[in-house]
Design a protein around this ligand. Structure first.
Ligand code: GCU
Ligand code: CA
Length: 388
């Protein structure tokens, strides 16, 4: 199978049945590190590794076909445009480039790309291939790894995502309701051979999620994986759908999955209002814990310095030796992220438990405050752990 994928230079989609493959389980101790966030207005086409703008020089009057227009990347396709393989058309960009160089997506890594895209009604689904995004191994003569395509299925225009070989459909939805407006795409690729690879494809129209599907499949050929965007389509369409058209992309982001970093901040080192540090109930971390007064409004406040803005999981370790709940309000930088969050009895003051909430941190100093919401005050507090 792999020899075929490496050697064939033409697109030959095998019409195999799609096997049932379970979704990849979410991994808890990982985080997404932002690696690429080009603005078309400032980065221009420097956002990409290579630009394939009319590479056969078939239509000089139409050049450039690919350019920054305001803060969008624009891809123009004219019916007269021809790729070096003259049965098809291609206006594409490849790769993800930062000022310091292009990013390498390697085997064993997981990458996520998000962007907004505008598909006008002139960019139609076809009976053959119209790819608007691909992943490939760099170099010539290899087949795609994954493709986002505009395909006519039983006469209906659809947008779909596939693992190219052996033709695994990740997801598909009707295209026409999504034309002439901005829609949001999210694409995740776990790069691996055979069952070690997987793809998640999400398509949203505003707040409505149209597709959110994950499929296991081979996502590695050799060397590395490189994304492409643009219009790459066959002239073999039989539905009369080939027109002068364009596509816009903006808000392009690439994230690499990295091991999450946990920072533990002991309560005994935090700012305490109406409470004392004690150590008479075993099982705590550090040198002690905070015993707040039995009073509403008592609080413990930590400061966490984040290296970058972004999502975080905040975990509070506590003990509550009573049978009554000790709800607390959790604020981050003064904004309530959880109101009256339950901290129920743990069975004993020496039995410690953890409770987590999600929050968004700013780069630099963040204050996290937990405040007793009832006259019983806070449970005993051991630490705050920040996972990013
Ligand atoms: C007991 C216990 C303290 C706890 C307190 C409370 O006094 O020893 O650790 O803080 O109860 O009810 O808050
Ligand atoms: Ca107390």
């Amino acid at each position: 199978m792999e020899l075929t994928r490496r050697q064939l230079g033409t697109l030959v989609g095998a019409a195999l049945l799609t096997p049932y493959l379970p979704a990849r389980p979410a991994s808890a101790a990982t985080a997404w590190q932002l690696m690429w966030a080009p603005e078309a207005s400032s980065a221009g086409l420097g956002a990409f590794e290579t630009i394939e703008d009319d590479r056969a020089d078939s239509h000089p009057a139409g050049q450039p076909h690919i350019f920054a227009e305001g803060n969008n990347f624009r891809f123009n396709m004219h019916t007269v445009d021809r790729d070096s393989m003259t049965d098809r058309q291609r206006q594409e960009v490849t790769g993800t480039r930062n000022p310091s160089g292009y990013l390498q997506w390697l085997k064993g890594e997981t990458w996520r790309v998000t962007y907004s895209m505008f598909i006008p009604s002139s960019l139609k689904a076809t009976t053959t291939f119209t790819h608007i995004s691909q992943t490939k191994m760099p170099g010539t003569g290899t087949l795609p790894i994954t493709v986002t395509s505009l395909r006519r299925v039983d006469g209906v225009q659809t947008i779909e995502h596939k693992i190219f070989e052996p033709d695994i459909l990740v997801g598909r939805t009707n295209l026409e309701p999504l034309q002439n407006k901005w829609i949001d795409a999210e694409y995740e690729i776990k790069i691996g051979d055979g069952g070690a690879g997987s793809v998640r494809w999400v398509l949203r129209d505003g707040a409505t999620t149209l597709v959110d599907a994950t499929k296991t499949g081979d996502t590695f050929l050799g060397d590395r994986v490189r994304p492409k965007w643009g219009i790459y389509r066959s002239l073999g369409d039989t539905s009369g759908s080939l027109q002068n058209c364009y596509m816009l992309l903006t808000n392009m982001r690439a994230y690499k999955q990295v091991a999450a970093v946990a920072t533990r901040l002991e309560a005994e080192n935090a700012t305490i209002s109406q409470g004392v540090v004690e150590s008479n109930h075993a099982g705590f971390s550090g040198t002690g814990f905070v015993n707040t007064d039995n009073a509403a409004g008592c609080y413990v406040q930590w400061t966490h310095t984040a290296s970058a803005a972004g999502p975080a999981t905040l975990t509070i370790r506590y003990a509550n030796g009573t049978t009554a709940d000790r709800p607390m309000d959790i604020t981050v930088n003064g904004v309530v992220v959880a109101s009256g969050l339950s901290f129920g009895g743990t069975g004993a003051w020496t039995t410690w438990a953890s409770k987590s909430v999600n929050a968004t941190l700013v780069a630099g100093a963040n204050t996290v405050r937990v405040t007793g919401a009832t006259a019983n005050g806070c449970p005993n507090l051991d630490y705050l752990e920040v996972l990013v």
